[in-house]
Design a protein around this ligand. Structure first.
Ligand SMILES: C[S@@+](CC[C@H](N)C(=O)[O-])C[C@H]1O[C@@H](n2cnc3c(N)ncnc32)[C@H](O)[C@@H]1O
Length: 199
């Protein structure tokens, strides 16, 4: 059976390839692979997220939830060298790629970890995610519920979701759970959402 991108240990034969990530403020080459999300290019949703989100706080613990091969974590780490960027994923190949990409780019402030390895007491000064919609609605809601609770007061979570994969219903669900949701951008079929606790 073919791997999902959220398979813990992909069985597909590794075939690494380089992808170029171009943003107005950051250019980098990253390695990706089969068996991980976006194995041959930078996902357009990820690019929209990184273009449209606010600059990360200069310090503190930041979270890339579902890091894949690490484009979000590496950009956050470059933008905020004084912050610690936690990059978590259930896919071991993805975590290895993120670690290798961060090392190649000399981004010593990236920490890769399986979800249960992220220290329990860590509160995040910001969360970024191109979340795994394909895990299904219930699993996605559970995932977001668990991690969003660890957002520091006043901090924002930045999510990107394809409009055809339920961005508006996800936003409505978050509002129903008491979060304040702002549509920060709507570009090329993707919505970038800023999610905060109401003040
Ligand atoms: C849409 S991909 C985004 C990957 C990467 N951030 C990017 O932008 O290319 C979502 C990622 O979430 C991961 N994922 C799935 N379930 C997860 C979970 N329970 N905890 C953490 N990550 C998970 C998947 O393995 C996948 O790498």
């Amino acid at each position: 059976m073919a791997d999902h991108y959220f398979t813990a240990t992909p069985s597909s034969i590794s075939q690494p390839s380089a992808v170029e990530l171009h943003l107005p403020d950051v250019q980098m080459t990253l390695m990706t692979d089969r068996g991980v999300f976006s194995g041959s290019r930078v996902d357009p949703g990820t690019l929209a997220l990184l273009r449209e989100c606010a600059l990360p706080p200069a310090e503190g613990d930041l979270l890339d939830l579902g890091c894949g091969y690490g484009p979000v974590a590496c950009v956050l780490a470059r933008r905020s060298p004084g912050a610690t960027v936690w990059a978590t994923d259930v896919n071991s190949r993805a975590l290895e790629l993120t670690g290798a990409n961060a090392a190649a780019l000399r981004l010593a402030n990236v920490r890769t970890a399986l979800p249960h390895e992220v220290p329990a007491g860590t509160v995040f000064s910001g969360i970024w995610s191109n979340p795994p919609i394909r895990v299904g609605k219930d699993a996605l809601h559970e995932l977001l519920s668990v991690w969003m609770e660890r957002l520091a007061p006043g901090a924002s979570a930045w999510l990107v979701v394809n409009r055809h994969l339920g961005s508006d219903s996800l936003a409505a669900w978050l509002v129903g759970r008491g979060w304040e949701v702002r549509r920060a951008a709507s570009k090329s079929g993707y919505r970038v959402l800023e999610v905060r606790r109401p003040t």
